[in-house]
Design a protein around this ligand. Structure first.
Ligand code: GS8
Length: 277
């Protein structure tokens, strides 16, 4: 017999034998029908409630990624800042899980991270982070200054600066230093040098900005600062960390944002070069 049939029968049996029914004439056919309807209603209510609860549990956010990945770390930091409940599902890049059809259905570009929120599936770490910051705007730390349109606009400006100026300069250096060796290649010094020069120019602008405001978008930590964390974290482990350390305002900003508890939780698992479980 199916499990649910057994469970239904036992539950019905329990109620018939123990719950005082509002009908005293249970041995008549009308009484039997009334008892049956009552039992049915109770069982129906119990089943619906448990289905609703399991549905609520399934509604928890699911983040697919890898702990060492920069883009996954960006979203993880955001989730921790917002004190959001989520389930982390590890995708094994070394085994190529991200290029297989179950994952490609979530992100056709075959890259982590991916966030699922019920029937909503998102990829691109910055877009996911912006969604999380907006969805949980009233809990945890306010990353988007949602109550002040002008401050919110500055956050958006510096989020763009990170993705259009900072990331293109810093990511090839991190890639050459950490990822190329994992792929059995030697880092290309010419690529590193070219991008160190680009990064230096971007950081000169940051130094000037950070001499006027404590954080990039203003005197408040925001999603714009958070977006810089994961690549800079790896960059600071390269021989070129002086690019940050030689600029006093950039250095103070880095020390401040990288010591936030939300990021410390994430950084402890960021280890390029060590195989994932
Ligand atoms: C980049 C995703 C990405 O490069 C984002 O989410 O911000 N713009 C996207 N993901 C990497 C891991 S990041 O450390 C990835 O999935 N690499 C494997 C691959 O491209 O095959």
């Amino acid at each position: 017999m199916e499990d649910w049939v057994i469970s239904f029968t036992l539950t019905a049996d329990y109620y018939i034998n123990t719950v005082p029914l509002p009908f005293t004439f249970t041995n008549t056919s009308a009484g039997f029908l009334a008892s049956f309807i009552t039992v049915f209603a109770i069982v129906f209510f119990t089943v619906s409630l448990s289905l609703k609860l399991s549905n609520l549990i399934e509604m928890a956010l699911k983040l697919y990624g890898a702990a060492m990945s920069t883009c996954t770390s960006r979203v993880l930091t955001c989730l921790h800042e917002k004190e959001a409940d989520f389930e982390f599902i590890s995708v094994n890049l070394f085994a190529g899980e991200h290029k297989e059809s179950p994952f490609l259905a979530k992100n056709p570009f075959g890259q982590i991270p991916v966030l699922e929120d019920g029937d909503l599936t998102l990829f691109e770490s910055r877009a996911i982070s912006a969604y999380v910051a907006e969805k949980f705007k009233e809990s945890g730390y306010d990353l988007i200054r949602y109550q002040n349109v002008k401050e919110g606009a500055q956050v958006k400006v510096w989020m763009e600066v990170e993705s259009q100026q900072y990331h293109p300069a810093i990511s090839p250096i991190v890639f050459q230093f950490f990822v190329a060796p994992l792929q059995g290649k030697s880092p290309e010094q010419a690529i590193i040098d070219e991008h160190l020069e680009k990064l230096g120019k971007v950081l000169d602008i940051y130094e000037d900005k950070l001499s006027r405001t404590k954080y990039l978008a203003g005197d408040f930590y925001s999603l714009a600062d958070l977006f810089h964390l994961s690549y800079t974290y790896y960059f600071m482990k390269t021989p070129w960390a002086n690019q940050i350390n030689d600029r006093p305002h950039v250095k103070a900003w880095w020390e401040d944002i990288s010591s936030r508890p939300a990021f410390l939780k994430v950084a402890s698992a960021m280890n390029f070069g060590e195989k994932q479980n």
